[in-house]
Design a protein. Structure first.
Lengths: 117, 491, 141
């Protein structure tokens, strides 16, 4: 696993831009939430990549082993929290989309804007 | 007990929220919400007194000392914001009893109060914590419950308003997470005080300015600083009246507090203003916000929308005070946090009373309300006078300090803009006053005065407007101490 | 009815193992990837599989919606309850060290109970989402 270089970070940037573009440019409300999810996933990969230490193994303490290099467990904990937040946000967003669909009959942003004025 | 006050302030509302959701009787949920909001007010007040007397308070959660564990740190800036949030929670909850029963269907009311207390918990948590990732967690707690609260509004456009706020708010929160991640990878710590110590040694690095930028954009999105304010008018207009009164007075103020915390405590005033030239970005945006948003407010037909645009302009005032980066400027900004909460709280509550009796907040339906609902419109006029900045009201105190801060740095045009903003406020307040007092009320509509349980909280805020406008020594004292500590700690 | 036999029999065999695996993930969170949130989601996924194969009505008879809402609230109360117990025993909030006769066992008990709270809340929330979305009829436009 040594020698990945900056490949992970390129993946992060690619996903971030894909997610952000989908979020902004797509008019369908469900697609916006998908874009938001991809955007948040890229941030998770950023954190976990930062936590990996060259030559480090999984941060699980085993009794009796000495001189083991562990990867940093703190980003893993932070990302767990962020994933849960992302799940809650997506659930709330999708339930709003369901309600909007029932109230307006469509999930396309421009059609809703025409109706709402 | 008083040693554990910081954590109990946040935990007791947190526990009250699922309890309020479990009981199925609306009035019992309301009672639980009221109890936790009044507890929060008592605790926040006690903490403020303790901090002003003894100095900063530290509370290590789980007995893990900072920087390993999460720490709650309270200093005057913190305690001030906690008091604002708790005060607005304690005033809006009694108001919400009748207002929400009119605007929401009965089976949703327990869930409404659960979300309301969760929003209060989140806002209190943001203000009290000393760990940057904990800030993100509480920020999302308060934001998610705010999205749910806004979506409960009676108009179907409340759903699209909540959705738009959700998308923009989540983008802002994700930017904040990116900024926090970049800070963590460079320093290895998440504790604010620890970051403040380590960051000055790392300045020659390229990651820190990027982290700074991400944090700034994320926080200004939550703050609704022009041009990232697009979610605010819709969200405030279509939400239930009590929700607008609460969120307008607290959510953006806590975001301003976050700005202060990050710029002055974590990064330091020197880095933020000399290296990153933040004032050159914030000041023009604030000035444009004040002028353009006040202008847009004049053309609105929906009074809640008018007040929402006015809120964006007032946020411009707060950020203007911060961009001076002097003790006077920061005092003005921190003072305006409190004063604006009082003003807008009273104004939105008065509109809630109008909604309760009239059923609409469009300006055409407010004909002659000055005679039909005298106390409500008097409260509106009082809030409006405060917004304009008439002497003897709190608005005057904020504007006075802002102009002094501008003149201290020799920026005459900025002081002129502040005054022009007040003049524009006169125009849009007069628009409502003219319709209410100088037109005739529709006799068949049978409009009477709003009930007492709606009027008393509204007038409590109006009286506070005048009280702290006439005797501002307490508020100015806290704001000044907070400003001094922020500038000294940073530099 | 006939073509769903495979689904029904397959689900009947798999669901207990899914629930058991969820409990495995829950209790092994100390020693491997796992913990309350993951376990709660796997547990809920097992239950949702049951609802998908056997029908929403059967699932709602097995686990009434009111019980699900109680679960969602109960976990938060358990978590905060552990905090209050530590406050009562003289430590700071959520100071697990005071929960047992020595800090190591105290930490074990503390984490056990808070993860249990997380499991219950996440399970309740996920099933509540499912019940909220699954029962809606599509509008005819």
């Amino acid at each position: 696993m040594i020698g990945l270089g900056l490949f992970n970070y390129w993946v992060v940037i690619f996903l971030m831009m894909v997610g952000f573009y989908t979020l902004i440019a797509r008019g369908n409300l469900v697609k916006k939430i998908i874009g938001l999810n991809i955007f948040q996933t890229s941030v998770f990969i950023l954190y976990i990549t930062m936590g990996k230490i060259a030559g480090g193994t999984a941060p699980i303490f085993v009794q009796g082993e000495q001189d083991v290099v562990y990867s940093n467990p703190v980003p893993h904990v932070l990302i767990l929290t962020a994933i849960v937040v992302g799940v809650a946000t997506s659930a709330l967003g999708l339930s709003l989309v369901v309600r909007i669909n029932e109230a307006f009959g469509t999930v396309e942003e421009d059609e809703i804007q025409d109706m709402a004025l | 007990m008083s040693h554990h006050l910081p954590v109990l302030l946040v935990v007791i509302p947190l526990v009250a929220a699922p309890l309020a959701a479990l009981v199925n009787r609306p009035r019992v949920s309301w009672a639980i919400a009221l109890g936790s909001a009044w507890w929060a007010l008592y605790a926040a007040h006690a903490l403020l007194r303790q901090v002003m007397a003894d100095g900063p308070i530290h509370y290590a959660l789980g007995d893990w000392a900072a920087p390993y564990g999460i720490e709650y740190v309270i200093d005057p800036t913190n305690a001030w914001v906690l008091l604002i949030v708790a005060l607005m929670g304690a005033v809006v909850t009694p108001y919400a009893l009748l207002s929400i029963e009119r605007e929401l269907s009965k089976d949703r009311i327990p869930l409404f109060y659960a979300a309301f207390i969760l929003c209060l918990t989140g806002l209190l948590g943001i203000a009290i914590t000393g760990d940057v990732f904990n800030v993100f967690v509480f920020l999302e707690i308060s934001s998610l419950s705010a999205y749910a609260l806004i979506a409960l509004g009676p108009d179907r456009r409340a759903l699209t308003a909540a959705y738009q706020y959700l998308i923009m708010g989540s983008v802002g929160a994700t930017f904040i997470v990116i900024g926090i991640g970049l800070l963590y990878v460079m320093t290895g710590t998440l504790n604010m005080a620890d970051l403040a110590e380590i960051l000055p040694q790392l300045e020659a690095n390229r990651t820190i300015p990027v982290a700074f930028t991400f944090l700034t954009v994320g926080i200004t999105l939550k703050l609704a600083l022009f041009p990232l304010h697009l979610w605010l008018p819709n969200a405030y207009t279509y939400a239930p009246s009590a929700v607008t009164a609460f969120i307008a007075s607290t959510a953006t103020k806590v975001a301003v507090y976050l700005l202060l915390r990050f710029f002055f405590t974590v990064f330091g005033a020197e880095f933020s203003f000399d290296v990153m030239q933040l004032d050159k970005v914030l000041m023009p945006l604030a000035l444009v916000a004040i002028l353009s948003m006040s202008l847009v407010a004049i053309y609105q037909d929906n009074v809640k929308r008018l007040l929402a645009y006015s809120s964006v302009a007032q946020i411009g005032y707060m950020v203007l005070g911060i961009s001076f980066a002097s003790v006077l400027g920061l005092t003005a900004g921190i003072l305006h946090l409190f004063n604006h909460a009082l003003m807008k709280g009273a104004l939105f509550m008065a509109m809630g009373c109008v909604m309760y009796r009239v059923g609409s907040v469009r300006i055409e339906s407010m004909n002659g309300l000055g005679r039909a609902m005298p106390w409500t419109m008097a409260a509106f006029v009082a809030g409006g006078l405060s917004l304009i900045g008439v002497p003897l009201t709190v608005g005057f105190i904020s504007k006075w300090y802002l102009i002094q801060a501008a003149l201290e740095q020799g920026l005459w045009p900025v002081a002129a803009v502040v005054l022009v903003g007040s003049l524009l406020a006169v125009v849009y307040i007069w628009k409502v006053v003219e319709v209410a007092y100088f037109r005739d009320v529709d006799p068949d509509a049978g409009i009477t005065e709003a009930p007492l349980s709606l009027l008393i909280p509204t007038w409590a805020l109006v009286v506070a407007n005048f009280w702290f406008g006439i005797d501002a020594s307490a508020t100015v004292g806290v704001a000044q101490r907070a400003a001094e500590l922020l500038l000294r700690v940073g530099s | 009815m006939d073509d769903r036999v495979i689904l029904r029999v397959g689900a009947k065999i798999l669901i207990p193992f899914i629930l058991l695996f969820a409990l495995y993930v829950q209790f092994h969170g100390d020693y491997g990837p796992g913990g309350g949130f993951q376990a709660g989601v796997i547990f809920a996924a097992g239950f949702i599989l049951y609802a998908l194969v056997y029908g929403l009505g059967t699932a709602k008879r097995a686990l009434p919606p009111q019980a699900v809402y109680v679960c969602a609230a109960l976990g938060v109360l358990i978590y905060a309850g552990v905090g209050f117990v530590t406050l009562g025993l003289g430590g700071e909030f959520l100071a697990y060290n005071v929960l047992a006769h020595d800090p190591e066992h105290g930490q074990e008990y503390g984490i056990l109970f808070v993860e249990l709270g997380v499991l219950i809340t996440v399970f309740g929330s996920m099933v509540a989402f499912f019940y909220a979305f699954a029962g809606r009829r599509k509008i005819q436009t």
